[in-house]
Design a protein around this ligand. Structure first.
Ligand code: NOJ
Length: 548
């Protein structure tokens, strides 16, 4: 397949997120592992993606399934060993795939040796590595009051009292995830060493967890109530002006980026830093840095929350494109391990349109494992729920629980879909539809979602207009509100995307763009070939990639 090397790999290719617990079990414990990922690498390669991002694989008590790290420089036995990791990395590189790790700098596990030391006494040298505060005024020894009103994303206060030392520590997630203190320079130095450890092993980049939360108000002021709160998730009842998006976070990010850049320079291999940042667009784009010296890709999650209507999505794309600083490279995300799956949010027909949008917009696309099959959220009965966010808040578990989007990958129609051995219980139940929705079935069906994904990813790789061309929204005449059309152009390459977000058929007139075009991909995976741009038929829920 020919390839245009006009920019770094992280601009040109697709990132594929693997949730390691759920991809492939090989050692019979019902939990996926690194040898399992290696076994499935040819599949990942066949998708036409560029890079794999692995959710955390480090030793962890798994209170938050690996986002509670007890050792930043090793692999949890549940996933394998460091040698397994090295083998996986080499196997990726042999296939031309990049490997991106999840870095979790904001908090550790409460079992991390740093925290065990920190909590051991008030004068321990690591005391100040975490965020400790005295009880609020008005506390009594048997009724210590939290230092302020800050709340955890996972329910309850963001503070837990440590009886032995008489202070509270901060955690915006579980109490098992104490937050590191980035006002202490030793902490950043230690985290930069963690990055160097993995970069020296050869990893191609990091997705950095909750990057916009790293710094908190030095005065620990109360957060004001959120006047627009819908009354559902208590965490959203406050405006997080003192715990999120603090200006002091930017110098920290620049230091992290400098480590990445040093490895890029010294090895001649581009490394990428991706930031997990849930912020409105004007704030989000600040995370590229004033001189492009922060994140290469601050994750753009706005497709997850924008109403799925053609004009709303068009406004989103145009607003984002216009907000990008000079030289900043865009990116788009349709799903991840924290959010409802795209096929459940939009339905199967529109999930195809969404994949076409994701893979034809300007900017790096991120695809969550299984979304290429249209895997759906799996309802998890209370007794089988695993996600601490749901278990801590049973009254809103059905709204905030993340297990439904983390179920095992659907490989084939054998017991447990080939994810684990027939006599092994998978850590989360399989979707009921796995006998018909799986890799094996969809590989053989030329009109499947999988084949659509592969066709789009392949076209994107081979056509410079699609992986690096300009973007411009265009009018579809007679202006149906449910159609979003745009061009991608590079040199003589020119593509028109026409996406029908609705249920009505349309006959569209694009003759201002030329007389004829060629349909290269249709979401139905049937329609192909020359079309008249003066009379272009568009079926309900249909998306078209037309070469002009
Ligand atoms: C964001 C991660 O994506 C999520 O899964 C995790 O629970 C929190 N950060 C805490 O690390």
């Amino acid at each position: 397949m020919s390839r245009d090397h006009g920019g770094p790999w992280w601009q040109q290719g697709v990132i594929y997120q693997i949730y390691p617990r759920s991809f492939q079990d090989t050692d019979g414990d019902g939990v996926g592992d690194l040898p399992g990922i290696q076994r499935r690498l040819d599949y990942v390669h066949s998708l036409g993606v560029e890079a794999i991002w692995l959710s955390p694989i480090y030793p962890s008590p798994m209170a938050d399934f690996g986002y509670d790290v007890a050792d930043y420089t090793d692999v949890d036995p549940i996933f394998g060993t460091l040698e397994d990791f090295d083998r996986l990395l080499a196997a990726c590189h042999q296939r031309g795939l990049k490997l991106i790790l999840d870095l979790v700098p904001n908090h550790t596990s409460d079992q991390h040796p740093w925290f065990l030391e920190s909590r051991s006494s008030r004068d321990n040298p690591k005391r100040d590595w975490y965020i400790w505060r005295d009880p609020a005024p008005g506390s009594s020894p048997d009724r210590p009051l939290p230092p302020n009103n800050w709340r955890s994303f996972f329910g309850g206060p963001a503070w837990t009292y440590d009886e032995a030392t008489g202070q509270f520590y901060l955690h915006q997630f579980l109490k098992e995830q104490p937050e590191l203190n980035y006002r202490n320079p030793e902490v950043l130095a230690a985290m930069l060493d963690v990055m160097r450890f993995w970069l020296a092993r050869g990893v191609d980049g990091f997705r950095v967890d909750v990057l916009w939360l790293l710094m908190k108000d030095p005065e620990f002021r109360d957060e004001p109530p959120n006047p627009d709160w819908d009354g559902v998730d208590p965490h959203q009842g406050l405006l997080h002006i003192h715990t999120q998006n603090r200006p002091e976070v930017h110098p920290i990010i620049r230091r992290m980026r400098a480590v990445m850049d040093a490895f890029t320079r010294n090895t001649g291999r581009e490394r990428v830093m991706i930031g997990e940042i849930y912020l409105p667009i004007p704030d989000l784009v600040n995370y590229y840095g004033e001189n492009g010296d922060e994140c290469h890709l601050p994750f753009n999650f706005h497709l997850l929350d924008t109403p799925w209507q053609a004009q709303a999505v068009r406004r989103l794309v145009d607003t984002y494109e216009a907000a990008l600083p000079a030289g900043a490279w865009p990116n788009w995300v349709l799903g991840n391990h924290d959010r409802s799956r795209v096929a459940s949010r939009l339905g199967q027909a529109q999930a195809r349109v969404a994949q076409m949008l994701l893979l034809t917009l300007r900017g790096t696309p991120t695809c969550y494992y299984g979304d290429e099959l249209g895997m759906e959220d799996v309802p998890i009965p209370l007794a089988q729920m695993q996600d601490p966010r749901a278990l801590n808040q049973p009254e809103i578990a059905h709204l905030v629980g993340r297990d439904p989007a983390r179920t095992p990958m659907q490989w084939d129609d054998s017991p447990h879909a080939g994810f684990c051995a027939p006599d092994v219980e998978p850590w989360l139940p399989l979707a009921a539809d796995f006998p018909s929705r799986n890799v094996e079935v969809q590989s053989q069906n030329p009109t499947s979602m999988l084949r659509l994904f592969q066709a789009l990813a392949c076209l994107r790789r081979t056509e410079p207009a699609l992986h690096r061309g300009r973007y411009r929204a265009v009018e579809a005449v007679p202006h149906p509100a449910s159609v979003f059309a745009y061009l991608r152009e590079h040199g003589t390459g020119r593509f028109l995307m026409v996406l029908n977000f609705g249920q009505a058929e349309h006959l569209l007139d694009f003759r201002h763009l030329g007389a004829q075009g060629t349909i290269r991909v249709s979401t139905d995976m049937r329609t192909q070939g020359p079309v008249s741009l003066a009379e272009l038929p568009l079926a309900p829920n249909q998306g078209l990639v037309i070469q002009l």
